[in-house]
Design a protein around this ligand. Structure first.
Ligand code: C2E
Ligand code: MG
Ligand code: MG
Length: 651
């Protein structure tokens, strides 16, 4: 029976347990609701709570269920939001700790400052840069540590930062606490508040001392000569570029030590290097107190840049330099002594002799050659109208052209027959070098042999000629040739011991028989260093090669020296031969020569046989061989021009 109503009747009141069951609300909550006045119950005499059925049924039927469901949903959402927040906070914490780890273990300095540039945070990278712990740097700023030379550029850095909000890879020099300098690369960005007011700067910094010094070292190597430590041609070009940009006048002097090659050959490279270092020092000392700079351009060539100078001042300086070199003394460990050097000095004045660096340098070079050509040991100002200008110009031009010719393998071999006069058979050939120019035209050696000699390129040219000839002779189509090939060699080649060694190795390693090779040395060349020539002839004859004395008669003391050279052929200089029919003196000379040669058991070859009359005179004199346009002009060694290319391409 329901305690709150009569039997069989609908009760008027529910107990608290009944309400709990009907509403699905726990008893204790109903009690709280009751005491809070939310859902008020009547108390029985015994103190038990009784709830009006009307209210409870109403609540159970509608509102409270809905309210409770709504609360449940909101509760679930709130729970989910809370969980999400917890997850996000967790992620943030992890991310923060990850960043903290990165920041704290970074080798780079990571820093922040306040609006006045005072450090508010630094990681441990600070120690490497400033030599202080991060905590000791709070409140300091970068420029408390600036090394003096950076002072101005650091102000510029701040200005740039304020203007652009960011600076990347700014390099500055800071002094660490112990006084040692560091090169530091800084990246920085400003932070502003919502009104755009600067409230701080943050960024990174890295100690780049090693990289910076390596870069400086590379820059130094590129702009300085390693032997003397003097600035080199690149530096000179830069200085001149700047001077020309800024307007004004000045001079550049090219100084070439006279006969340096002789010193090099006779004293050896080591002593020559010492002399070059000494010369650099002497020139530098002579210029002390003058706003000028000495440069070493290469080998024995130096330059001086003299800003604000006009002709008299430049010439005066040239004389000071020559005087200083005249007093230069050198004594090697091997007791070689040099007392005094001379130099050929060329002067170009800007902007008069060139408003652009290449022109100015080329004109200083030409002036230097003018000084050499006028007898060396003098100082000459560039003279556009000088008589010798064209010749010197061509030499200067050849210097770069010849290098290209050699690098691009544009040497071509021509040959001219040497005919036996008794039966008019071609028994030998002379190999004559040619250059194919940029336009495909053939250039004769008269134009560049002298330049190649004065530029020190003749050795390479001669070596290349022999190499090409050996390639030709090694080719299966030419291997069985019995005729001898005469090759011209420069005096500079045969007096260069290194060249001779390379040359001998090349011959020894070739499959070509040395018997088919005859080397021509000009008479004047042979006389210039008799011992060296004799030695060269001896060594190559042992290998089976033969020798010819070229242009015989053109030099001095020909007969006197003839016995000293163990040559097989004498080639009479064309100048005596060409006019034999009309020049009695030449006839006497050639006849005498033929007699002497016969007595010494040497064969005679007459060059420049151009006419039948001359041929007849030579035959009557008993001359053995002739060479000249009468028989044939020089022609390419490989009949089809491309042969040589095809062979080269085929290895
Ligand atoms: P060289 O050795 O006395 O060569 C003979 C020169 O006379 C050649 O001039 C040739 O073309 C020229 N010739 C030949 N027959 C006649 C003629 O009947 N009349 C006239 N007027 N000239 C004739 P090229 O080829 O211009 O050579 C000039 C010089 O260049 C050569 O004189 C030689 O001293 C030098 N030379 C040529 N090839 C080489 C080389 O590979 N190395 C070196 N170091 N010098 C070379
Ligand atoms: Mg010759
Ligand atoms: Mg000759």
């Amino acid at each position: 029976m329901n305690p709150s109503g009569k039997a069989g009747q609908q009760p008027l009141e529910y107990t608290i347990q009944e309400v709990s069951a009907k509403l699905g609300v726990p008893v204790h909550k109903l009690r709280r609701w009751d005491s809070q006045g939310v859902l008020v119950a009547r108390r029985t005499d015994g103190g038990h709570r009784r709830y009006a059925t009307e209210i409870i049924d109403g609540l159970a039927g509608s509102t409270l269920g809905a309210v409770t469901d709504k609360y449940q949903d909101e509760l679930a959402i709130a729970r989910r939001t809370l969980q999400e927040k917890r997850r996000i906070i967790q992620l943030l914490l992890e991310s923060e700790s990850r960043y903290r780890d990165l920041v704290e273990t970074s080798h780079d300095l990571i820093w922040t400052t306040d609006g006045l540039g005072r450090f508010t945070y630094l990681n441990n990278g600070a120690t490497d840069i400033f030599g202080l712990a991060p905590r000791d740097l709070i409140g300091c700023c970068f420029f408390d540590f600036e090394a003096r030379p950076s002072h101005i550029s650091n102000r510029r850095f701040l200005l740039h930062l304020k203007r652009h909000g960011e600076v990347r890879n700014y390099v500055t020099r800071l002094a660490a606490r112990d006084g040692s300098d560091r090169w530091v690369g800084i990246n920085a960005r400003v932070s502003c508040d919502e009104r755009g007011k600067l409230i701080g700067i943050r960024g990174t910094a890295r100690n780049i001392t090693e990289q910076h010094e390596a870069a400086l070292q590379i820059e130094h190597l590129a702009t300085h000569d390693s032997l003397t430590g003097l600035p080199n041609r690149v530096s000179l070009q830069r200085s001149l570029e700047e001077a020309l940009r800024n307007g004004g006048v000045g001079a550049v002097l090219f100084i070439d030590i006279d006969h340096f090659k002789y010193l090099n050959d006779n004293l050896g490279h080591r002593a020559a290097d010492q002399i070059i270092i000494g010369v650099g020092g002497v020139l530098g000392e002579a210029l002390t107190d003058m706003p000028s700079q000495v440069y070493r351009l290469g080998a024995d060539e130096f330059a001086v840049f003299l800003p604000d100078a006009l002709r008299p001042h430049a010439l005066q300086l040239g004389e000071i330099l020559r005087d200083a070199l005249r007093h230069y003394r050198y004594q090697s460990a091997g007791m070689h002594r040099i007392s005094g050097l001379t130099a050929s000095i060329g002067v170009a004045l800007y902007p008069f002799h060139g408003g652009e660096v290449p022109v100015l340098l080329s004109n200083a070079d030409i002036a230097m050659y003018q000084a050499k050509d006028s007898g060396r040991n003098r100082c000459v100002v560039y003279d556009e109208e000088a008589h010798t200008l064209r010749r010197i110009h061509s030499r200067v031009q050849w210097s770069s052209r010849l290098r290209e010719v050699l690098d691009e393998e544009r040497l071509v071999l021509f040959e001219q027959p040497v005919v036996r006069l008794s039966d008019m058979q071609t028994v030998h050939r002379e190999i004559l070098v040619r250059i194919r120019d940029e336009g495909g035209n053939i250039v004769l050696p008269g134009q560049y042999i002298e330049a190649a000699e004065s530029l020190g390129l003749i050795q390479e040219l001669d070596m290349r000629v022999v190499e090409l000839l050996l390639q030709y002779l090694a080719h299966p189509d030419h291997r069985d040739q019995k005729i001898r090939h005469f090759v011209n060699l420069s005096r500079l080649s045969i007096s260069d011991p290194q060249w001779v060694r390379r040359f001998q190795n090349m011959l020894a390693n070739s499959c070509v028989s040395p018997n088919v090779l005859v080397f021509e040395i000009t008479e004047t060349a042979a006389m210039s260093n008799v011992d060296v020539t004799q030695q060269f002839i001896r060594e190559l004859k042992q290998m089976g090669c033969r020798f010819a004395l070229d242009d015989f008669g053109a030099g001095f003391s020909s007969f006197y020296y003839l016995k000293r050279f163990d040559v097989d052929y004498l080639k009479i200089d064309g100048g005596f031969v060409r006019d034999l029919a009309t020049d009695e003196a030449n006839r006497i000379f050639v006849r005498a020569l033929c007699d002497v040669a016969r007595g010494l058991n040497k064969q005679v070859i007459a060059e420049w046989v151009e006419t039948r009359e001359v041929l007849k005179i030579l035959t009557d004199m008993g001359t053995g061989y002739g060479q000249g346009y009468l028989f044939r002009r020089p022609a390419p060694l490989w009949s089809v021009g491309q042969d040589q290319e095809a062979h080269r391409a085929g290895g």
